[in-house]
Design a protein around this ligand. Structure first.
Ligand SMILES: O=C(O)CCC(=O)C(=O)O
Length: 283
């Protein structure tokens, strides 16, 4: 008999594993909206847009937290029902859009270093998700990988995303524990991944360790990664960034708001709120 996963199963898996795959999350119209939004982000880079690992000779591009892009993502978020989906997954009354991130990989590129997104942003809570949507087919070999359940463990120093050592820390040594070398001892970790078709979604807690997702020669991967938060999220302090990171750019020069403006006045332990985060229909 075919096993049908209910919404309750998904919520349980999300809570336990910190990551779930939702085949067919986007219908064809939502997928078109995702393509439009991704195209807008590529055509309108924020000052934080970066070509990562430029010496690799292939394209590994990212941009994020461009507040000018947010209206372009709302039709997708609404059409795909991501607000109500988050509310059901987390049992949260309210859901806010946190920010968008896009990745564009072209050619025989390297893996995304293992990392946790919460190392880069001063927020914690169970009501947090990343919805990762590839506009292109992704094979199991090229899938983004996750360490199941790691969202319940240590929050490590950020990966610096430079050089050959993927555990090289973003913040000063000692500020947070250094990332373990997961690639060097993969068997010691419970690593999960899924092949995806355009329109499938992978939903993960931003504290889950994730990495991988390399592309091969002649291939392109266009990815939209949307972030959401809900009721229980609180502001936490993170070390100040001593090296250039995507968080520290001045976006104002393009008319985008800066990340820091959304944290003004918050002290560690405060509910993570700002009136300019977009509140979504949650039911
Ligand atoms: O798509 C990738 O290679 C990286 C994705 C990622 O790290 C994220 O969405 O947080």
């Amino acid at each position: 008999m075919t096993q049908v996963r209910t919404k309750t199963d998904l919520a349980r898996s999300y809570l336990d594993d910190g990551v779930i795959c939702v085949p067919g999350l986007l219908d064809p119209e939502s997928l078109d909206l995702a393509e439009e939004a991704f195209g807008w982000s590529l055509d309108n880079p924020s000052p934080a847009a970066q070509r990562l690992f430029p010496d690799a000779g292939t394209v590994f591009y990212q941009d994020l937290f461009n507040t000018l892009s947010w209206p372009h993502y709302m039709p997708l978020v609404q059409r795909a029902g991501l607000g109500p989906l988050m509310a059901r997954l987390w049992q949260s009354r309210e859901v806010w859009f946190f920010f968008e991130q896009v990745f564009h990989k072209v050619g025989a590129g390297r893996r995304t270093p293992w990392h946790q997104d919460t190392s880069y942003f001063p927020v914690e809570g169970e009501h947090l998700s990343v919805v990762w949507i590839s506009l292109d087919r992704v094979s199991k070999e090229q899938a983004l990988e996750f360490v199941r359940g790691s969202h319940k463990g240590t929050i490590f120093n950020g990966a610096a995303f430079t050089g050959d050592d993927d555990t090289a820390p973003l913040y000063d040594e000692g500020a947070m524990p250094r990332l373990p070398d997961i690639e060097a001892s993969r068997a010691a970790y419970d690593i999960v991944s899924w092949a995806t078709e355009p329109g499938d979604g992978i939903i993960f807690h931003p504290s889950v360790l994730h990495g991988g997702g390399q592309t091969d020669a002649g291939e392109e991967r266009r990815t939209v990664s949307l972030r959401f938060f809900g009721d229980d999220c609180r502001f936490v302090s993170r070390p100040s960034v001593s090296k250039q990171s995507a968080v520290g750019f001045n976006r104002n020069e393009t008319g985008s708001r800066n990340v820091e403006e959304f944290y003004e006045g918050l002290s560690p332990g405060d509910l993570f709120r700002h009136p300019d985060f977009i509140a979504l229909e949650a039911a």
